[in-house]
Design a protein around this ligand. Structure first.
Ligand code: SN0
Length: 314
């Protein structure tokens, strides 16, 4: 693996999921693989799980890990040809080239603007970074995807599924802030490659980008969508159509125990951080149906599987 940006970078998805499970069973089995190698994680946006789990993954593989919040460095210019006489002190051309000399693998987190749809959906910042980096770059969530989250999600589904073809529902839920579509886009992209029966439910106007929504059925009635589901994957996202806008804050879309009762003993999943009693009721999050803590644990082993393949040149 030369970079990790989307499921398209994965040769055999089943093998990668299995590798994550193997890493979980024996986290230190490759503790010498990364000896003498450096992992640099660069965050343009906040992080808790991604930062700590990816650091832990690197450490489990014997790597040295350095994390940096981009706000602590110079403000970077990403546009080509600009006259840099304003607030941006350094160009991505130099920054990515320089960091590449210190790192064997670079991890990068960069959120969307939610104002410029075209630029966000070209994954401009992430692409510019890859363009000028000379070592493998791993997405720690880009403007439109969160692949390490999706891999951890599939590992979690693999562990908890009780049927060969589980019904997996991606459900929108309300949120007070405009959030990226990245987690949802990525989840669809990854689950679409498995045998699961996949369904999306959201209010009208929240249709995801066609390149991710594909032909996946959309049910606008959330309760109907939940019927017989094995996994309820919940996430808020802002509108793609009316780009970056909040079109609804309808609390009737919150995930409640009453709605979970419509499922087939379904499990609740969320990438975290989650707003209690806005996105999901305490009664769901604190019940045995919730997998959110296990999901977060699997972030380490997802990252470890990916770093393993990059380090091994697989
Ligand atoms: C991010 C998102 O993409 O939706 C990161 C998820 C892994 N989530 C948030 O920014 C939530 C922020 C909030 O205010 O609740």
């Amino acid at each position: 693996m030369q970079q990790f940006e989307s499921v398209g970078d994965v040769k055999q998805l089943k093998h990668l999921i299995q590798k994550g499970l193997d890493m979980k069973a024996q986290p230190l089995q490759y503790e010498s693989l990364g000896k003498g190698k450096t992992l640099i994680l660069l965050f343009f946006n906040p992080s808790l799980r991604t930062r700590l789990s990816t650091e832990k993954a690197g450490i489990n593989l014997g790597m040295s890990v350095i994390s940096m919040n981009a706000g602590q460095g110079w403000q970077l210019e990403f546009e080509d040809g600009n006259i840099m006489n304003m607030d941006k002190a350094e160009h991505i051309r130099e920054a990515a080239a320089v960091i590449s000399q210190y790192a064997d693998i670079i991890g990068l987190r960069t959120f969307p603007s939610l104002t410029d749809k075209e630029k966000d959906y070209s994954d401009f910042i992430f692409r510019q970074f890859i363009r000028f980096a000379s070592v493998p770059v791993v997405s720690l969530e880009s403007a439109i995807r969160h692949p390490l989250q999706s891999l951890a999600d599939l590992i979690t589904i693999e562990e908890h599924k009780t049927k060969a073809r589980p019904k997996v529902v991606l459900s929108w839920a309300p949120h007070p802030r405009a959030l990226p579509q990245a987690v949802s886009n990525s989840f669809l992209e990854w689950v679409h490659q498995t045998d699961a029966e996949l369904l999306i439910t959201h209010p009208e106007g929240y249709e995801l980008a066609p390149e991710f929504a594909k032909d996946i059925p959309v049910v606008y009635n959330q309760r109907e969508a939940f019927e017989g589901a094995d996994f309820i994957y919940t996430k808020n996202w802002s509108s793609y159509k009316e780009y970056g806008k909040i079109l609804s804050q309808d609390s009737d879309w919150m995930i409640t125990p009453e709605k979970m009762a419509l499922t087939d003993n379904g499990k609740f999943m969320h990438c975290l951080p989650v707003r209690r009693n806005v996105v999901v009721a305490d009664g769901v999050l604190d019940s045995d149906a919730s997998l959110v803590i296990q999901q977060a644990n699997n972030r380490t082993f997802a990252a470890q599987a990916v770093l393993h393949d990059i380090l091994s040149g697989l």
